[in-house]
Design a protein around this ligand. Structure first.
Ligand SMILES: [Zn+2]
Length: 306
């Protein structure tokens, strides 16, 4: 596949009529080197209320059409599915549904657990709304992971629902305390075997979630491809084959991939090298059917100037 240049478009640009027109004019001037635009659904990282997502999707619909008419491929980048950071909580999804839990029982303020059927129904409705905006693709951002959810819960999910699932798959009743003990003590072989079982559990969790998102989009338009952004999230299991299969769905449609990782400033230039190597390792794990691979170049335009 030839190289493609894609831009992720901040809400601050597409929600302002003046800045939207300016962006469309500017990118049209450079159409020879710009292929895709992906409108972000938010700029803070907890999941949004369903009403907000529906309103954003309805507002995006005619704007996506404008970019399509101008010859671009225009789609959506959904910033927060599970959630990532504890910020802007007052304007974010505020439900008593199951949140992510770490092995010590700490409960995330912003991130939700996909083992909760009510949260899954919310996600179904959210992705249906996005599909109804008629995007040419929908990117699922990299908060689809079980690690690096900051502010308290860095490794998840050890909620009661997830422990019940893990107990069923291992034919043994587990508590958080028993798991923590078994991960850390005992013969090396048994600790390794348990950790491998937990990684397999994490891969199943994420593949199940991605299949759920695919099914939600299929209800509206099964032709819309999904893309997944990843980092080198080893705790999440790196189950790229299963993730790609889930995103392709029963019709085996195209899947996009955006490998990357956090490199937000130039203060430590060697981090760029680390990201380049990490990206290479992620690409090496992709199944050969993934042809649309878009390196994540993070310029973080909303970073405050110091
Ligand atoms: Zn859970």
């Amino acid at each position: 596949m030839p190289a493609r240049i894609s831009f992720r478009v901040s809400t601050l640009l597409w929600q302002s009529p003046g800045r939207f027109e300016e962006l469309l004019r500017y990118l049209t001037d450079f159409h020879d080197v710009v292929d895709d635009v992906a409108f972000f659904t938010g700029f803070t990282h907890p999941p949004l209320p369903l009403a907000t997502i529906r309103a954003h999707a309805a507002n995006m619909k005619p704007l996506l059409a404008r970019f399509r008419e101008a010859g671009f491929s225009a789609g959506i980048n959904h910033l927060a599915t599970l959630g990532h950071l504890d910020e802007n909580l007052e304007n974010s999804l505020r439900e008593t549904w199951q949140h992510l839990v770490d092995i010590d029982g700490v409960v995330s303020k912003s991130c939700y657990c996909a083992s909760d059927s009510q949260f899954l129904e919310y996600l179904r409705q959210a992705y249906r709304a996005l599909a109804e905006a008629q995007p040419e693709f929908i990117w699922v951002d990299d908060d689809i992971r079980l690690e690096s959810h900051q502010a308290g819960v860095t490794l998840a999910c050890f909620c009661d629902l997830c422990l019940t699932d893990f107990s069923a798959s291992t034919c043994k009743e587990w508590t958080r305390e028993a798991l923590r003990e078994a991960f850390q003590r005992g013969p090396r072989e048994s600790r390794l075997a348990l950790r491998r079982q937990w990684l397999a559990h994490n891969r199943r969790y994420l593949a199940r979630l991605l299949a759920h998102l695919r099914a939600a989009v299929d209800e509206v338009d099964p032709r819309i491809p999904l893309g997944l952004m990843t980092g080198e999230t080893v705790y999440s299991g790196l189950g790229f084959d299963a993730f790609a299969q889930a995103l392709a769905g029963p019709r085996s449609i195209e899947v996009k991939w955006r490998p990357g990782g956090g490199f937000y400033t130039d203060e430590v230039p060697s981090h760029l090298l680390a990201k380049a190597h990490s990206t290479g390792r992620q690409v090496s794990l992709l199944p050969p059917c993934i042809r649309d691979i878009q390196y994540e170049h993070e310029n973080f335009p909303y970073q405050r100037r110091l």
